[in-house]
Design a protein around this ligand. Sequence first.
Ligand SMILES: C=C(OP(=O)(O)O)C(=O)O
Ligand SMILES: [Mg+2]
Length: 561
Amino acid sequence: MQNFSGVGVMPGRVIGTIRHMPPALSEPPAGEKLDAAVTAEQAIAGLKEAAASVQKDLRTRAATASPEAKAVLEATAQMATDSMLLKGANKLITTGLSAERGIWESGETVAQMLITLGGYMAERATDVLDVRARIVAALRGVPAPGIPDSTDPFILVAEDLAPADTATLDPAKVVALLTTGGGPQSHTAIIARAMGLTAIVAAKGLEALESGTVVFVDGAAGTISTSPGDTERAAVDAWLKNAALLSVFDGNGVMADGHLVPLLANVGGGKDAVKAAAAGAQGVGLLRTEFCFLGRDTEPSIEEQVAEYKAVFDAFGSKKVVVRTLDAGADKPLPFLTDASEPNPALGVRGYRTDTTSPGVLARQLSAIATASAGSEAEVWVMAPMISTPSEAADFAAMCADAGLSIPGVMVEVPSAALSSESILGQVSFASLGTNDLTQYTMAADRQLGPLAALNNPWQPAVLRLIELTVAGSRAEGNHKPVGVCGEAAADPALAVVLVGLGVSTLSMSARSLASVAAVLKTVTLDRAGELAQLALAAPSAEAARTAVREALPALAELGL
Ligand SMILES: C=C(OP(=O)(O)O)C(=O)O
Ligand SMILES: [Mg+2]
């Protein structure tokens, strides 16, 4: 038996076969020439054959895919032998370019043309780029890029996933996700949680395991072992029994003494919101508006924005929805707002700061939020990401007032905001702790990097102290403003108890975690949570804080969390 460990980001116990994500396909070098031993005619014939094999492969996958995926796969298959694409490549091959370079450039031309046509045609550009990469892989005789195809469910092992790969993960096929890189607050981890996919990040050494190896994964413990036996099978059975219990949240976040802790959802758009409402979320604690427009290179129109926001509001009736204004930058680039060439993007023009470099975008967004809010019943709160000073908070509150939005707030995710919480909260109506970034900036550890996962841990006592300070500032004379948490820390049931013990009033998380957090909160009184918070604050390290609190919460082990 071989054992590996990483940082568990979504509980679950699974036994399955691993498959490695193929490495990203490199672009054929510009000007790459035909091999001297190959004639242009032979290269053209080889290209035709590669394109046909890609088409056949995609059609075979379409035959057994879900209805949604089937439509996408069939459309992509069609594109593989598109005459404009192949003719363009053939022409380049006759000028002496290699088949790989020819199809690459021809794919670019066709994709650009589709983008210029706009609308539905522009959406097909991604299909062309996907197909060209598959054809290049076929020509090189290497596995096709993207999530591996398999008729049987498998455990995916990757260094990290690109947002587009994560979006095409089929939970019926991929039963667990293990990454060797990536941190616990990375967007891969966030998406795995949103999908309810058992996941472990920063698990070193897995690269060496062969595809096809059978492993046991324990997402709560963050461990992976080969050659599973009876003990591991029994652990999976026990988990499956609990999983049924942990999939239902009754819509009532309450502690053992009756203290209420509203449990809200983090959503990225209307579809998510409908699912979160169905899962019992008591409102939305974080609408990541940038997720509605990822990959866009132009600013969405006010009408488009109104439609997106209203879809979220309408899913929640008269409940509270906290809208966060665009948090572009760093790991969430929006080409119309951010500069991809910044040397240090996490410390760059990100979130609220883009209002200085692209004035007008934020004001238009606030006006779209106000219009969507006027047309719905929801109680709309609005907050800005990456606020660092009281004057930024005051300016944001003034912009909200101009737009007719009456509940302005800020994210506290930069240490300076936590340290100035009293004056910042003097300017706005509420704060929401973004523990993902607060941890990254407190520990000076990029949240995306696997090797820094141990530092990048919201259990770090230094981070907990900043949370304590933020709450203290919110309760200062004349303030009395609510402070919630919408970072991933809220989805960790043990840490959720500590956060409530530190005085946080609401917790917002991916809808999949609501039931687990609720199940553990129910077993503790507010006073006891306060004691556990002190225990964590006094611990010498993140690991010691986590262990001490987990040991004091027997419900965690009973539930397999
Ligand atoms: C909730 C947060 O925002 P995001 O993960 O979108 O940066 C955070 O930083 O904790
Ligand atoms: Mg953040």
